[in-house]
Design a protein around this ligand. Structure first.
Ligand code: HEM
Length: 496
């Protein structure tokens, strides 16, 4: 099994997060094969102020002030001249694309059993999307510029250079999507995000403390002799020169209803006599600080208690020092846990009943770790590179009717087995073990019009507190299934 990765061939945001606070994604259409290839050449080599694609190589000197990445849809491969018989070697989900998979998965009983599929129905249906839907222009490329616009603005000049190359080569900008991270990497709803990521075998950088084993390289990178969790390689029949060191990226624009989240935790807290902050933590599986309920079931420790001395919820970053970086000791606290004893950690507390972290909590459903979800052990990990969009909204702020949410990038070597499995089965399917039976993911799941259900075991004489008026909190506003080639693959596509 090969875990020796040629980092100069792997696009940079796959194996590590850049930790840039700003991102802008450009959805582009190629109108002419030769022009598309010219753009790829400019992206590989750099062109004036357009930086060459960032790779996974360690930064030898200072961190650059920006990084550029490229992802390509299935129609994009065709627009760049990839012949049909080669395209057919790519997996069916990728070729069908996000919108078609949304429709097919909801219509087919092969995907889950409740007519929801990926969950992109109703308001979230592709017909309502701003990108990637049937009423939007066909998108071929997604170019992303990651930067820090506050301390080292770089985007304007890179953008101008990118758009000039596009204009000179018949590549049209169809939409742009701008995100900005809030202090200490917290996202709308007020939680620190990007805390847990799979540790990919062979990736550079320090290994952070985590009770989970490393994930095989082949779950995230194609070809090159890597092995995936099933002992094979997701590249299958795709030529290695195109797909080696490539992977897939699912781009999703997920609108978040922050008012509805705040109202939900307040009214649930009032109704059942539970601190709303504990309700919030139970829905996600971590406290806002990022601490897992599996380790700190009663109150968070890193920042401050959930309530200030005046009784007000201790949520707002101006009251809690959310900008304070975690020390390495703090970081070690965040992922060194499991929900069940495992072979490697036989003494681990067994939270089989979800008394600490409910079985239905967002992060437990989507990564049950050593426990199980719906009786299944997991090998469905994804790398998440999401950044919030829209203005920050703090609890108690009046409803400003602004749209806000997450520009999500979900990276995996197999869209069907990783992203779609999570979205269809663990987030949106209502069959499963007793703790999740009849429920869907409280954060990202579709919920029935009468309100969804969430079980919060208390372990006292109240038994399970059952929340039965869960609104749908996240609505899909757009999506693209993309392939992220390695650098050699981009060159190959450019005809070099
Ligand atoms: C607006 C939408 C979303 C929000 C607000 C959100 C929020 C969060 C938060 C706060 C965490 C805990 C922090 C962490 O462990 O890094 C988390 C973890 C996670 N989320 Fe989401 N998420 C969203 C969408 C999604 C989607 C669409 C997926 C996949 C289909 C997903 C999969 C995961 C996974 C796998 C974890 C890590 C669990 C672990 O490794 O323990 N999330 N999410």
């Amino acid at each position: 099994m090969n875990t020796d990765i040629d980092l100069s061939d792997v696009q940079g945001n796959i194996l590590r997060g850049y930790r840039f606070p700003d991102v802008r994604h450009y959805a582009l259409s190629v109108t002419d094969v030769a022009g598309g290839k010219q753009l790829l050449t400019a992206l590989v080599d750099g062109h004036g102020d357009l930086y060459p694609l960032a790779t996974a190589e360690e930064w030898s000197d200072d961190k650059p002030d920006a990084c550029v990445n490229l992802a390509i849809t299935a129609p994009g491969l065709t627009a760049l001249g990839v012949p049909d018989d080669m395209l057919k070697q790519f997996p069916a989900s990728f070729r069908a694309g996000a919108a078609q998979q949304a429709v097919d998965s909801a219509a087919s009983s092969d995907f889950g059993r409740n007519g929801v599929g990926l969950g992109d129905i109703g308001e979230s249906a592709p017909v309502n999307w701003v990108v990637g839907g049937p009423s939007n222009p066909e998108i071929h490329l997604l170019v992303s510029i990651w930067s820090d616009e506050t301390s080292a603005p770089a985007r304007d000049r890179i953008e101008a250079a990118l758009l000039a190359v596009c204009a000179a080569n018949g590549v049209k900008e169809r939409s742009r999507h701008t995100g900005h991270t809030f202090a200490n990497n917290h996202v709308h709803f007020g939680f620190r995000d990007g805390v847990s990521q799979p540790q990919v075998a062979g990736r550079p950088g320090n290994r952070i403390a985590d009770m989970q084993p490393d994930v095989p390289t082949g779950d995230f990178l194609l070809g090159k002799g890597y092995r995936n969790s099933y002992g094979g390689n997701f590249i299958e029949g795709i030529p290695g020169e195109l797909a080696g060191n490539g992977t897939y990226a699912v781009f999703r624009i997920l609108e978040q209803d922050v008012q509805a989240f705040d109202a939900l935790i307040e009214r649930t807290g009032r109704r059942f006599g539970i601190d709303p902050e504990l309700v919030a933590a139970k829905l996600v599986g971590r406290w806002r600080s990022g601490e897992s309920l599996a380790m700190r079931p009663n109150e968070p420790r890193l920042f401050a208690p959930a309530r200030l001395p005046d009784g007000q919820p201790n949520l707002a970053p101006d009251k809690v020092d959310m900008s304070k970086p975690f020390t390495p000791v703090d970081e070690a606290e965040l992922n060194e846990f499991d929900y069940a004893p495992t072979y490697d950690h036989p003494m681990q507390y067994d939270d089989a009943d979800g008394l600490r972290c409910p079985l239905g909590a967002h992060m437990r459903r989507l990564n049950p770790r050593g426990g199980t979800a719906a009786g299944i052990q997991h090998n469905h990990r994804i790398i998440r590179r999401g950044v919030p969009y829209g203005p920050e909204h703090r609890p108690g702020d009046p409803d400003d009717r602004e749209e806000r949410g997450l520009l999500g990038i979900f990276i995996c070597g197999d869209i069907a087995n990783q992203f779609e499995f999570l979205q269809m089965m663990w987030a949106n399917d209502d069959v499963g073990t007793p703790g999740v039976l009849g429920t869907r993911d409280p954060i990202i799941g579709w919920q029935p019009p009468e309100g969804g259900t969430f079980r919060l075991p208390t372990g006292d004489n109240r038994g399970d507190v059952v929340i039965s008026d869960l609104p749908r909190l996240v609505t899909t506003r757009g999506a693209l299934y993309c392939f992220m080639p390695g650098i050699a693959g981009v060159k190959w596509l450019a005809g070099r």
